[in-house]
Design a protein around this ligand. Sequence first.
Ligand SMILES: Cc1cc2nc3c(=O)[nH]c(=O)nc-3n(C[C@H](O)[C@H](O)[C@H](O)COP(=O)(O)O)c2cc1C
Length: 227
Amino acid sequence: MMEFDFTRLPAPDRYRLLTNFVGPRPIALVTTRSEAGHDNAAPMSFFNVFSQEPPIVILGVQTRADGAEKDTAVNIRRTGQFCVNMVDMELAEAMILCGINFARDIDEPALAGLEMRDCRRIDARFVRRSPCAMECRVDRIIDFPRRAIILGEVVEMTVRDDCLDAQGRYVDPSVYQPIARLHADNYIVADRQFVLRPPPQAKAWEAGLDLPVAGRGVMELQPPEGA
Ligand SMILES: Cc1cc2nc3c(=O)[nH]c(=O)nc-3n(C[C@H](O)[C@H](O)[C@H](O)COP(=O)(O)O)c2cc1C
């Protein structure tokens, strides 16, 4: 076993270890409005959804090396609003371009060739080709010296036409294949999905009528379906 004392480890080592093991992490391409009125976009993989009641997503935005806040955090503090655009292979290259620390007055979506549309409920724009764009209002911001943990309530979702089934309920796994960040510059695409269900005996086990035999294989892998 290798052991790491996180109370003594320098921050870059903590970052490396945490992000090497906690993954794949979904990527939010966060779009905001700058003070000058242009679009700002930045990928954030310290991101996830944590609740549907209320519908809360969370971003972890680091300060820059000199301690200054990133444009995303500056814009979110000023407007109280941001949009999370999910990212698939089609948007991968643009996402990486948006991750470059450009000067504050640079319109990253324009630079990356992203077509944008006005959000409906917030003053920002979303990426038209994003499989799913979530318009968020800030619920609260938890400030650490070098990191802002931003909780956003999703107030509107716009889904690309081909991503959901005809009833608008479940994603089509052959179409919606998000990319996610692994370690360093490594990414993964969700193109090898499978179905994993609790076995039929689960209800009886939960009711305490019976118990599984330790180590007995109950896994039955199936190809993906809407879920
Ligand atoms: C895939 C990916 C994920 C990233 N995740 C984060 C993150 O969670 N938090 C963060 O502060 N920066 C993250 N970054 C770096 C920012 O995107 C980068 O600093 C960006 O230039 C910030 O832009 P802004 O100043 O317009 O906000 C990530 C970069 C990439 C490529």
